[in-house]
Ligand binder design. Structure first.
Ligand SMILES: Nc1ncnc2c1ncn2[C@@H]1O[C@H](COP(=O)(O)OP(=O)(O)OP(=O)(O)O)[C@@H](O)[C@H]1O
Length: 242
């Protein structure tokens, strides 16, 4: 794996005859987790799609650059809001999908280890239709973690999970993706404060940084400093929504 680069997204995106965001300047720190929050429809997933070089449905006047000057193509792992599992493949087949699409041998031991870590060993032979929404999200997470990419973009990866599984999967992702450049889109201020080395809030008025506690992620949710930061960020998100 190459050293995880910093990423910078700068520019203006026009969508349906209006600026979705104007003069954005998002800097994503190398080898750390950056969390992005903001009201629905403000353009968070669109930023992920820009970094991935995917169609956004709008016109982007700007740049997406990596600090090492290399192209980002082929270096980004991505977990979309929809689980995008192939319905005819079982859990194993979905987790190992990337390698089989590239025509390289699938590391079956790694597939099984990740399936075990997301708690789905007993379901490894099932197809997605036999799984709950939260289980499918865990398969998609395992598939993303299977890809050994220096940059990982996660779009609300834990939203369908019950509280206990969510906390477990947050810790798993933080562990497996330690040292990668991660951009996590989330609606959950508690999650952002727990996981983020950096937190940004995107609104129609622009992007602003949000302070995080001094302790390193994954932060202790029992710590007064964590709880205060989570409450403050929630209050801020409620205030900007009105
Ligand atoms: N392919 C597309 N074509 C046209 N408009 C689109 C397309 N994709 C997204 N949009 C519009 O772009 C805007 C931003 O969408 P985006 O999904 O980036 O928002 P978001 O902040 O991620 O929202 P949410 O939190 O609800 O996921 C929305 O108004 C959406 O309707």
């Amino acid at each position: 794996m190459t050293a995880p680069p910093a990423i910078e997204v700068r520019g203006t995106l026009r969508m349906d005859g209006r600026d979705l965001f104007r003069d954005l300047d998002l800097r994503i720190a190398p080898g750390e987790w950056t969390c992005l929050l903001g009201p629905s429809g403000v353009g968070k997933s669109t930023i992920l799609r820009l970094i991935l070089g995917l169609e956004t449905g709008g016109t982007f006047d700007g740049s997406v650059t990596a600090s090492d000057g290399q192209a980002l193509e082929g270096r980004c792992g991505y977990m979309a809001q929809e689980d995008l599992l192939l319905p005819w493949r079982d859990v194993r087949g979905n987790v190992g999908l990337g390698a089989s699409l590239r025509g390289v041998p699938v590391d079956a031991a790694k597939v099984d280890a990740l399936i075990a870590r997301v708690g789905l060993s007993e379901h490894a032979d099932k197809t997605p239709r036999a799984l709950s929404g939260g289980m499918r999200q865990r398969v998609a997470l395992a598939r993303t973690l299977m890809e050994d990419r220096p940059v990982v973009l996660l779009d609300e990866p834990f939203s369908a999970l019950d509280a206990r599984t969510r906390a477990d999967m947050q810790e798993l992702a933080a562990d497996v993706l330690k040292g990668r450049t991660v951009l996590l889109v989330t609606h959950d201020p508690a999650e952002a404060i727990r996981l983020g080395h950096h937190v940004h809030v995107l609104t129609q008025a622009g992007l602003s940084g949000w302070p995080v506690p001094e302790a390193d992620p994954v932060r202790d949710v029992q710590a007064a400093e964590t709880q205060r930061a989570q409450a403050d960020l929630l209050a801020h998100l409620r205030a900007i929504a009105t």
